[in-house]
Design a protein. Structure first.
Length: 281
């Protein structure tokens, strides 16, 4: 009887400990994909964690195609795509959080300050190989291209009416930072990166300059105005209509709470920033 009497409080104590442990277990969100969206998603994730105790947001890069693939397979809770979903990806759901553009960049020491679209096509297809042909120095052009799976590559090719097989690249890079570092380290290189990433790095002294496209300067004010020819949406992607913690995060990422983070990354908030952009397929 005495043993039975002791056992009851002990069992109750163990059940209480188990309940507390389960309640305190960390909830995790895995977000993968676009290297353009990743810095913004990381900052949003930090703020979300601070306001939602017991939640951990893990952000990984790898390109928009990885974000789409990981979301579809269940490897990620949320994907990041710095582009619209393709026709083959219409089984997924996209949620716009910002707008961005793609800028051609050269080293600030390069005297060339503007290129026509045809000049850019000629550079990237190997028809023009020396800067002197474009009014620059007598130096060979280092052509920096993006790796397969990067939405920046896909949008650049689409705008320039090119196929990747036509590109004669000197260097193939992954994320925006690699592209910027390559141009910073090579006065005769040319590449293309997120306008937001380029503006951010220029602010902190990176010796690069953005080239206008069709006479339109490459900055966020032109994206906001809708006048820059090579602009794109920055999306979060889900496998289904979001619910639970995933919905909470997406709602948070589309709220006024993160407008300052969007601006700090040199992106543009979508007009009215509507909660969720969903198309049922």
């Amino acid at each position: 009887m005495f043993l039975r009497f002791l056992a009851c409080p002990m069992i109750g104590f163990l059940l209480l400990c188990t309940s507390l442990w389960a309640h305190s277990e960390t909830q995790k969100l895995t977000i993968t994909g676009s290297s353009t969206v990743a810095p913004l998603a990381l900052e949003i994730g930090k703020r979300f964690e601070a306001q939602h105790k017991g939640v951990q947001v893990n952000v990984q890069t790898g390109g928009s195609s990885r974000g789409v693939a990981d979301t579809r397979s269940g490897m990620a809770d949320i994907g990041m795509a710095s582009r619209e979903l393709a026709k083959s990806e219409q089984d997924l759901f996209e949620h716009r959080i910002a707008l961005d553009g793609i800028a051609l960049i050269v080293n600030s020491k390069n005297p060339v300050s503007e290129l026509a679209d045809e000049d850019i096509r000629s550079i990237y297809t190997g028809k023009i190989t020396n800067w002197k042909e474009l009014g620059g120095l007598d130096k060979p052009i280092t052509v920096v291209n993006k790796a397969e799976g990067r939405s920046t590559l896909e949008l650049f090719l689409k705008y320039m009416h090119l196929k990747n097989s036509q590109i004669k690249a000197s260097v193939v890079i992954g994320d925006n930072q690699q592209g910027i570092k390559t141009v910073v380290g090579n006065p005769y290189a040319i590449g293309y990166v997120s306008i937001g990433a380029a503006e951010f790095e220029e602010k902190y002294g990176a010796p690069i300059k953005r080239l206008p496209m069709n006479g339109v300067i490459a900055d966020i004010s032109q994206i906001q105005a809708g006048t820059f020819p090579l602009s794109r949406p920055l999306n979060l992607v889900t496998k289904t209509i979001p619910t639970g913690l995933i919905k909470q995060f997406i709602d948070f990422a589309q709220s006024d709470t993160v407008q300052d983070l969007i601006a700090e990354q040199y992106f543009v908030a979508p007009k009215k920033n509507k909660p969720v952009v969903v198309t049922l397929k």
